[in-house]
Design a protein around this ligand. Sequence first.
Ligand code: LMR
Length: 341
Amino acid sequence: MPPPSTPAPTRRRCLQLAAGGLVPLAARTWGAPSTTVRLSHVVARDTPKGMALERFRTLTEERSQGRIRVQVYPQGQLYGDHDEMQALQLGAVDMVAPSLSKFGPIGFPEFELFDLPFLFDSLEAVRRLTRGRVGQTLLQSLQRQRLTGLGFFDNGFKHMSANRPLLEPRDFVGLRIRVQASRVIAQQMRAWGAWPVTLPFSETRRALERGVVDGTENPVSNFWTQGMQAVQSDLSLTAHGYLGYAVVTHQRFWESLPAADRRLLQGALEDALVFGNEIADAQNDKALAALHLTGAAHLNSPTAAQTRLLKNAALPVHGELAARIGHDWLRTVHNALQKTS
Ligand code: LMR
């Protein structure tokens, strides 16, 4: 396992000492941390999630003048999809930021609504949902497992990749497609004629390379930063589903903190998530521009008719979820979305 990243003040201290034994500036202004928050996630630093959580780290350390330290472990260095929630429950880490798709399998099926194909037509629609009563209800539901939900934030819309264009259902037939552990996403792939294969994010690129799976779905920033363009010839810009996150801590940890520290962390996180939402589009656009520029993958855009075919084929997935989590809950979601559009 790679060593934890060295926090900036410590790095500065080391440089100053190495440069001739100067009195360490940071040590004068920032005392030793009295609280450490260990935060684990599975994607690269230069993704919307990686950057938002780095911002959380710097804001917390600045505002507490180094008294609260945040150690961010990116790229599944510490824990992957299978074990990060368990690590949180056991107190091996203090915060995680899984995608919303990863809450269904651990006992929160209400979160599966975010995976519904073509549910959202913009990030604004998502944000208004997460900032309203639906979002509050979802965060509160986490208390069932003594978790505290601290906030939602975006990556963006997912697109399909494979070694051929995937623009309409007949293109998917017979392909094995890597999916997150989400029943909705698995049903969506079956509805389009593919075989869903659930794999942790950290294993996806290798599985594509070895031909264990033929394709997958990602926002462009995740596709690019994992180097999937080296093992997938085509990215089809289907924008068929949303990928976002929730930051979660354990009540045991959260309640062990003084109220003032909780307020400081909550404030730093809120600001970091606003920043994350602001840069999410730009990071995805940058990754798309890089793909264009390097010609590393063919970029395909579906026609309106092809998008309609994908949408219509996936309609039964909405009904299946409603049967599982309750028609009332989905009606509440649709009403909230209508109010916002
Ligand atoms: C995935 O597993 O595809 C995503 O949840 C990865 C992430 O956290 O963005």
